[in-house]
Design a protein. Structure first.
Length: 70
């Protein structure tokens, strides 16, 4: 990914999407990216629990983007 320092995953809040994101992040562990996950339109407890099980639940790197305007 060249000079990229951050990776932002914009995903739906379903367990399948979270699992695929976790797998992608695990594949890139040797590269020191600053990973962020943005849930659209909201976070769910189930998704947070799955991230926590894999040691990837960091409050400053998990966000949500509510599409209230649409």
């Amino acid at each position: 990914m060249g000079d990229c320092k951050s990776v932002i995953y914009m995903i739906r809040p379903d367990l399948e999407s979270v699992q695929r994101t976790i797998e992608q992040m695990k594949l890139q562990e040797q590269i020191p990216y600053d990973n962020h996950i943005v849930f659209i339109p909201r976070r769910t407890i189930e998704c947070d629990e799955l991230l926590e099980m894999h040691g990837l639940l960091f409050e400053d790197k998990i966000h949500h983007f509510a599409l209230d305007l649409l």
